[in-house]
Design a protein around this ligand. Structure first.
Ligand code: UDP
Length: 374
């Protein structure tokens, strides 16, 4: 029996980062938690499966990065991190370019050797732009890196990724990528970066140590029964599903993965290569061993194909365009009146969160819970 008089103080739906951090913090504060997981494993989409010593990022490449010392110290309490730095390469029609957009990319594109030459080249392409109204992804991207970078490295990848015309997408998506006039291929500007040694599952396992977890449980099949077991529910799934799609369906992007083992030591020489032309159906090839500098005589690679989310698929990305945000805001309003449920994470907050932001959001929710309980 828990402190609240119920069997559990908290029923936590989903064992991804949001659910696992809440479970850890609440347990450490004396609350009894039960974690329900729909899949047959913990970890949400950052789950890694160890296949003969290679930690395979089953739901796409996850690179932990943060600018917050507090969050970096937090995750390092539960796992040791390696020195991995994300430096993906783009393949456009057989030519290779460094990402994010930096002096190496500009040299590969135009043979310019100085920041001034690169800036002049971009400026020349921008000045031909009629439309200075930078409200959509296409206009914003062309205005910051010029036509060539946009056509070769952004347009195809973006339209495959989102299944929409780049003119119909919000600028926030492309603002994730740095543009630099230095020879620096680090994809992120954050102060801290790495991969948990031994994979993300190890990190999640450490967070969930000593906490009851039930796998293969679809909360929605017995929602009321599960809720009745606990004083409060923490819900990390799709917010529209929680409310039975009453206000309409939110759209998500999904992914399909094709994973194969190859009898070569080193297939592509990098953890991730993006395929930025529209006609290649996948967006990237992941070679998992390179996340942890693996030396196995074989390798495992995954081709990642973007697709629209349909019932029965996994949802990966919220589509934060005007139409969906209008619907989400109404669900958020409904959520405010749901006193016994706390909503959090990428799907329940309908936010394109990075892992560190999910953790920060979970810690904030726990602080709110604790202060309400005093
Ligand atoms: N992007 C692009 N070309 C690339 C990589 C990314 O145009 O080679 C754009 C694309 O619109 C993508 C966005 O940048 O959706 C954000 O990319 P990020 O790598 O942050 O996406 P993640 O894989 O982390 O979801």
């Amino acid at each position: 029996m828990a402190e609240s008089g119920f069997e559990y103080d908290f029923i936590i739906i989903g064992s991804g980062l949001f659910g696992s951090v809440c479970a850890r913090e609440l347990t450490d504060n004396g609350f009894k938690c039960l974690v329900l997981e729909k899949r047959n494993h913990i970890g949400g989409n950052c789950y890694t499966e160890n296949i003969e010593g290679i930690n395979v990022h089953k739901y796409g490449p996850h690179i932990f990065h943060t600018n917050s010392k507090r969050i970096w110290d937090y995750v390092n309490k539960y796992a040791a991190f390696n020195r991995f730095t994300y430096m993906p390469v783009a393949n456009f029609k057989g030519d290779l370019f460094n990402l994010p957009f930096n002096m190496n990319t500009f040299y590969q594109l135009w043979k310019v050797k100085t920041p001034q030459e690169a800036q002049d080249k971009i400026q020349h392409q921008i000045s031909k732009l009629d439309n200075k109204n930078l409200k959509n992804l296409e206009d914003y991207a062309i205005n910051s890196v010029g036509h060539d970078v946009y056509e070769k490295l952004i347009k195809g990848y973006t339209e495959k990724q989102w299944g929409r015309d780049a003119r119909d997408l919000p600028t926030s998506i492309i603002k994730r990528l740095p543009v630099r006039f230095t020879f620096d291929n680090n994809y992120f500007n954050d102060a801290y970066q790495g991969i948990p040694i031994g994979g993300y599952t190890k990190l999640i396992k450490a967070l969930l140590t000593g906490i009851e977890i039930r796998r293969n449980v679809d909360y929605f099949l017995n929602k009321n029964q599960w809720n009745a077991l606990g004083n409060k529910t923490i819900f990390t799934g799709k917010i529209d599903e929680y409310f039975d799609f009453k206000l309409g369906h939110l759209e998500y992007r999904s992914l399909l993965f094709e994973t194969v083992r190859l009898e070569v030591k080193n297939f592509q020489g990098n953890a991730v290569i993006n395929y930025t032309e529209k006609d290649v159906p996948y967006n990237r090839i992941i070679e998992h061993k390179h996340f942890e500098f693996g030396q196995q005589p074989f390798t495992i690679i995954t081709k990642e194909y973007p697709k629209e989310w349909k019932s029965g698929n996994d949802a990966y990305y919220p589509i934060n365009d005007v139409k969906n945000m209008r619907i989400y805001k109404k669900y958020k309003e409904m959520a405010k009146h749901e006193n016994r449920t706390i909503f959090g994470g990428r799907l329940a907050e309908y936010k394109y969160y990075n892992m560190d932001q999910v953790i920060a959001s979970a810690l904030k929710s726990v602080t709110n819970i604790l202060s309400a309980n005093v």
